[in-house]
Design a protein around this ligand. Structure first.
Ligand code: PLP
Length: 391
């Protein structure tokens, strides 16, 4: 497996890419697959009857099947979107909201703001499940907050900050006991674990192509078939219609009624290649994560002045957010960059979480399939230099 970008140098140093949670790098198989599609099969989809139009449509629909297979869903339950954010907005804008909304404190803004705004618009309650002191979702409180008046529970599968892995099946059971739907933000989960939407019993599951070794500008929404039939489209235009008359319009079937206009055709095709890449490499991914997570926990504890913000035991995801005494995360990140190490600094689109933790920002290192113990060693060595620079 080759990732061409990993060959390049940063400031004369080997690139150590520890920012896969923001966006993963792309394997040659995805890059070449997308290029070959443009070079050999490209045309618009679902419109023409010429050879290229038919081939492009076939490849686009094949990609839908591949993404379905990745999530254990049928292809008609997969909508192509521009990413997790737009997938969640498709649900929020298409629901007939008839109750309250429950989210959690660790949500990314993309699974927080759409629900907050929807609740406001409809005059419904917007409730936030708190965390326990060890950075897990407080499931006791979740049981109190999700009640007969709840219509939607919207939860992140794996935190992009704390490493928390949420108990999705348990939350699905609680939501369904109260006839609420469960919408899951899977942006950080699917690149690290096999997701089975049927076994998890979720109603909607959103993912981004760029975080799973595919291109940016493409993502997908899984929706339970009967719910997709009821969900209203919120973007109108060509291809999502069945019949348009001056008086009114009828919609195409799901998933196409949610894909108005020319979609990101090559992006979807390449996301299909990325879905295959993941399915073929889950064993390697699990092995890498199982090796690197405990190693990172052990090594980061060595660095004086570093405080890990997140789950401290090995049963966690691969995002490691931390503070470094009173050095600003942007400064920490700049020092690491001098050593060729790419990490992210900021609030990681989780301002409510950072505010609850009394922080403005953190620095975050995160893993992808290409990372090694040597990368962790390089990161720790560079981190130890931060103090020299700032004291
Ligand atoms: C947990 C989580 N949810 C949602 C998103 C938003 O994804 P996108 O920007 O691809 O829509 C991100 C991206 O950082 C994320 O980490």
């Amino acid at each position: 497996m080759t990732f061409p970008i990993l060959e390049r140098k940063i400031r004369g140093k080997r690139l150590v890419y520890l920012d896969s949670a923001a966006s993963a790098q792309k394997p040659a198989v995805v890059l070449e697959g997308e290029k070959a599609f443009y070079e050999q099969h490209y045309a618009n989809v679902h419109r023409g009857v010429h050879t290229l139009a038919e081939e492009a449509t076939e490849k686009y629909e094949e990609a839908r099947e591949k993404v379905g297979k990745l999530l254990n869903a049928s292809s008609e339950e997969v909508i192509f979107t521009s990413g997790t954010t737009s997938a969640i907005n498709v649900v929020a804008n298409g629901l007939e909201l008839d109750g309250d909304i429950v989210v959690s404190m660790l949500e990314h803004h993309s699974n927080f703001v759409p629900w907050q705004q929807l609740a406001k618009e409809h005059g419904k309650k917007f409730k936030v499940i708190p965390l326990t002191p060890d950075f897990h979702l407080d499931t006791e409180k979740a049981r109190e907050l999700i009640d007969v008046n709840t219509a939607v529970v919207a939860i992140n599968h794996v935190s992009n900050v704390l490493g928390t892995i949420n108990p999705i099946k348990e939350l699905a059971d609680i939501a369904h006991e109260h006839n609420a739907i469960l919408v899951v933000d899977g942006a950080q989960a699917v690149a690290h674990e096999k997701v089975d939407v049927k076994a998890l019993d979720v109603d909607f599951y959103a993912i981004s192509g760029h975080k799973m070794y595919g291109p940016s500008g493409i993502g997908a929404l899984y929706g339970r078939k009967e719910l997709l039939t009821k969900l209203q489209p919120s973007i109108f235009g060509g291809e999502m219609v069945r019949e348009v008359k001056i008086e009114d319009t009828t919609w195409n079937d799901a998933p196409w009624k949610f894909e108005a206009g020319t979609p990101n055709i090559a992006g979807a095709v390449a996301m299909g290649f990325a879905a295959d890449f993941l399915r073929e490499n889950y064993e390697q991914i699990t092995k890498t994560d199982a090796e690197l997570v405990p190693y990172m926990l052990e090594r980061i504890a060595e660095v004086e002045d570093v405080t890990l913000i997140g789950v401290a035991d090995e049963k966690r995801g691969t995002c490691f957010a931390f503070t470094f005494a009173d050095v600003h995360p942007h400064d920490v990140s700049s020092v690491l960059d001098e050593h060729g190490i790419a990490v992210r600094a900021g609030h990681h689109c989780t301002q409510p979480l950072h505010c609850a933790l009394g922080l403005d920002a953190t620095t975050r290192a995160s893993f992808g399939i290409y990372n090694t113990k040597e990368d962790v060693d390089a990161f720790i060595a560079a981190l130890k230099k931060v103090k020299e620079v700032f004291t």
